[in-house]
Design a protein around this ligand. Structure first.
Ligand code: ASP
Ligand code: MG
Length: 630
């Protein structure tokens, strides 16, 4: 007998008929021999309606009263669903967050879960009842009983947290789409349903997946190894499994806030190849990495930084044993990259750096917490470690530093983030292992469509590219001539973190220029578009004190990313992405990579086309068009 948490979103419980249909599904799952905790959202657009009511009375309603108001939506659904279950002869009991004992931070309207009491739920389950829990809500403490909510869309988070606390066999998220798609079907109707995705990939695709699954829910699933499936409420189709290797036992205390960083990794077996002054035009990255892929050189980080004038720097890291081959390819291609339109410009120059190491911090908890990257930079600065390259993704920040400083950097980072040394650590990423845990449990909760057949037949190596995401809501900032010394990145990103500005891609240029006797580099990064102007102002104010130059803002950008755990150790994936863009005359303005993600910044008006051509290039498009539910 399995213990399952099922969550039904607003649309799935949008009317009496739909609540009755949900009751039927729940009933069938119990009949198949399972114990069930059901988490529900407010009916249909109830929460939006409540927000409107509040705004009609106050332009700035108290956050405490907002929680009091918004938490009522879910309370309606739990009572009605319990009644519907009782009506068909299934014992059930509804419970609010307070009644369960879902204890959160005292942060109204955006609380994170600290702890969940399981005793009362277990008592009812043991009595054969279905426990129907209100999603999205909690209380500040058993004594205070102040009602909190988790932030919009928070019921997914409630469901997965309950599954973690109860050590449920798995958690099912029922929604109005059939699962997770390879890209946004509104832009690419040929998007296909995935049968599975790892939680790491899902987190990297946050901007794509957020509409289907709250990133905080994925974070909990990943941290506690909760097998998760996203399925349609209207069918018995198997949906998409979100898989996680079983993590080491993690405490259920401070469930959502325990730690932002899970691991500090390092790799000293790295060398960097940089090509300086390559022309800023479509096809350059494609040509370079195409040749590199043909030579079967596997690259790790790639960054391309923007520059004043019309040339870029592209740098990438490789493992030391293949450095010679990588260098030869770069040297052979450099003369051909000379800027044709302006033959007087110096030709591209190849720069090799062997004595480098890559240190990274990773952890799902850094999503939406701008202070974490800043803390890493501050730690390195305090340890006197200069950062040569920075590359970021949603759940990872990697810095290239001098090899001689690697030990010091790692020790300082472990200290700051309280990571025990001695964890199995080769520095390079462990190849993601798909969880097979869920295949042992009865997946066919409704008694039919055993979903296990594909689980058993799924090869254990994930595809190089699982999905493609487009983010049109970013702006790019470039700071010219930032002094190249320890502590600059810490000051810069610490300043932004203080103002709660989340930074996405961060790129530091390779080219170092001496201005006023100080070596300087450009740093570029992206932020949410709505933070663009504010960020520019903040940085301009700090310019004199910190000694950097002009701040350039470009809001007309788009970021397109490919994500896939299978790209690790597979040459040619980056080249294929860049080639798809080059064929369509799309210029790449910035490149940043992590082990399982490659992102390119392109001009905003080419964003949609970029997404389409990349999705097609990786063979993700299906023959059937996906119909987006109204
Ligand atoms: N009812 C809440 C909202 O609409 C929570 C949820 O549906 O997940 O945001
Ligand atoms: Mg929702």
């Amino acid at each position: 007998m399995a213990l399952i948490v099922q969550k039904f979103g607003g649309t799935s419980v949008g009317s009496v008929e739909r609540i009755q249909a949900v009751a039927q599904r729940v009933y069938q799952t119990v009949k198949a021999g399972n114990s069930l905790v059901v988490v529900v959202s407010a009916m249909g657009k109830t929460t939006d309606g409540l927000v409107k009511l509040a705004n009609a009375i106050s332009t700035n309603p108290s956050r405490r009263e907002m929680d009091m108001l918004l938490s009522t939506g879910e309370q309606v659904t739990i009572a009605l669903l319990s009644m519907a279950l009782q009506e068909i002869g299934q014992p059930a009991i509804s419970m609010t967050g307070a009644q369960v004992g879902i204890v959160t931070e005292a942060e109204h309207t955006r609380a994170r879960i600290l702890h969940i009491e399981t005793q009362r739920m277990k008592r009812h389950l043991n009595q054969g009842k279905v426990v129907v829990v209100a999603g999205f809500q909690g209380i500040t403490s058993i004594e205070e009983l102040e009602i909190t909510t988790l932030g919009r869309g928070g019921s997914d988070t409630s469901a997965v947290a309950l599954a973690a606390a109860l050590q449920a066999n798995f958690c099912e998220i029922y929604t109005d789409v059939p699962g997770i798609l390879t890209t946004d079907p509104r832009i690419v109707p040929e998007a296909q349903l995935m049968t599975e995705i790892t939680s790491d990939e899902m987190l990297e695709l946050a901007s794509l997946g957020a509409k289907v699954l709250h990133p905080r829910a994925v974070e909990i699933a990943r941290n506690y190894g909760v097998p998760l499936v996203v399925r349609s409420s209207w069918t018995d189709d198997p949906g998409t499994w979100v898989t996680t290797p079983k993590p080491q036992g993690r405490s259920l205390v401070n469930l959502e806030i325990a730690r932002a960083v899970d691991d500090v990794e390092f790799d000293t077996d790295q060398a960097r190849v940089a090509l300086l002054r390559v022309p800023d035009k479509p096809g350059v990255a494609a040509r370079l990495f195409g040749e590199i892929a043909r030579q079967k050189v596997d690259i790790d980080l790639i960054i391309q930084s923007i520059h004043e004038g019309n040339t870029n720097d592209i740098a990438f890291t490789v493992t030391t044993p293949i450095l010679k081959r990588a260098e030869a390819v770069a040297a052979a291609i450099a003369p051909a990259l000379r800027n044709q339109s302006n033959p007087k410009t110096e030709e591209a120059e190849v720069m090799i750096e062997q004595n480098i190491a890559k240190v990274s911090i990773s952890g799902a908890g850094m999503i939406g917490r701008p202070g974490v990257a800043a803390q890493m930079f501050a730690t390195l600065a305090e340890a006197g470690v200069n950062i040569q390259m920075i590359s970021t993704s949603e759940v990872k920040v990697s810095c290239v530093v001098s090899a001689t400083e690697c030990d010091r950097a790692v020790a300082a980072l472990r200290n700051t983030f309280e990571i025990e040394a001695g964890k199995e650590d080769t520095g390079s990423v462990s190849t993601p292992i798909l969880s097979t845990q869920h295949s042992a449990t009865p997946v066919a909760t409704t008694g039919e469509t055993p979903a296990t057949h594909w689980l058993l037949s799924t090869p254990h190596s994930p595809p190089p590219v699982r999905g493609v995401a487009l983010d049109m809501n970013q702006a790019r900032l470039a700071i010219r001539q930032v002094p190249d010394r320890p502590g600059m990145a810490a000051k810069l990103f610490g300043l932004l973190a203080q103002h709660n500005i989340s930074v996405d891609m961060i790129i530091q240029s390779q080219r170092c220029r001496i201005v006023d006797g100080i070596p300087r580099r450009d740093i570029a990064f992206t932020v949410a578009r709505m933070d663009g102007e504010k960020t520019q102002k903040l940085l301009a104010q700090a310019a004199t004190e910190l000694g950097w130059g002009e701040i350039v803002l470009d809001s007309a950008i788009a970021k397109v990313s490919i994500v896939g755990a299978g790209m690790v150790g597979q040459p040619g994936i980056a080249a294929k992405m860049f080639e798809a863009l080059a064929h369509n005359q799309i210029n790449i303005q910035m490149i940043a990579t992590s082990e399982i993600k490659i992102s390119c910044v392109v001009a905003q008006e080419q964003g949609t086309q970029a997404l389409q051509v990349i999705h097609a290039a990786f063979g993700l498009a299906g023959s059937e068009k996906f119909v987006v539910p109204a």
